[in-house]
Design a protein around this ligand. Sequence first.
Ligand code: OAD
Length: 250
Amino acid sequence: MDEDNVGAAAELLRGAERVVALTGAGISAESGVPTFRGQDGLWKTYRAQELATPEAFRADPTLVWEWYEWRRGRVAAVEPNPGHRILARWAAVFRSFTLITQNVDGLHARAGSVDVLELHGNIWKLRCTAEGTVVEDRRHPLPKLPPHCSSCGALLRPHIVWFGESLDGPTITRAFAASQASNVMLVIGTSAVVHPAASLPFTAAGSGARVIEINPEPTPLTATAHLSLRGQAGLILPAIDERLGTLRQA
Ligand code: OAD
């Protein structure tokens, strides 16, 4: 690990009042949740258009649900890792700490984070295609596929933003406002290619925030980031936290 960069990241965070963290699939990789892109990425094996679009769901809701059932099973079987836990702890360390995630796995909440801005929805939530009501259902497997709404009988769909769909307005508005107001923005485990989420760090940098990227690979954000820490979030975040603790006592 690059100890100089870990120290520099801790230095940037020390004294920062408004901190934002944006996470992607990479934060959950060490828990055993597959990422979307890269060598073993989900989109290498599965065609996104056949599974994660409204058209795919209309054409074959059972197939789409089977895929989400498989993913729900993967997520149910794993635990949050030290990266999730450090971010949960940091909510109490900074005067303002906003956690924004593109992940739908709910692992941040399981690690103790509250009020997470889930830009792409949540795999444990189901939405009625007729009424728009959202229910949480953590059963795995679900008793019957595809599931139906208990009040009106219409199909239930995963409460997840699919390709071609818009993000929840209030959630993305809060995410942009927090990014714009931040002193330091951490961007952890995202390939930084899916917008509007990928625009958040550029907005933060444009508003004067220091941007720290944590990722084993370079991304389109790397050239803009003030610091790029190459490696696994589950190792780097605890290392920064340790330095932060040391610095805070100094
Ligand atoms: P990706 O799969 O595109 O990118 C995962 C990133 O995590 C890559 O840049 C990896 O290098 C990095 N990574 C892998 N292991 C890591 C580790 N241990 N620590 C830190 N980083 C690591 O995932 P996202 O950027 O989250 O959208 O993808 C964005 C969106 O694309 C997803 O939310 C999903 C997908 O289509 C929806 O489902 C709407």
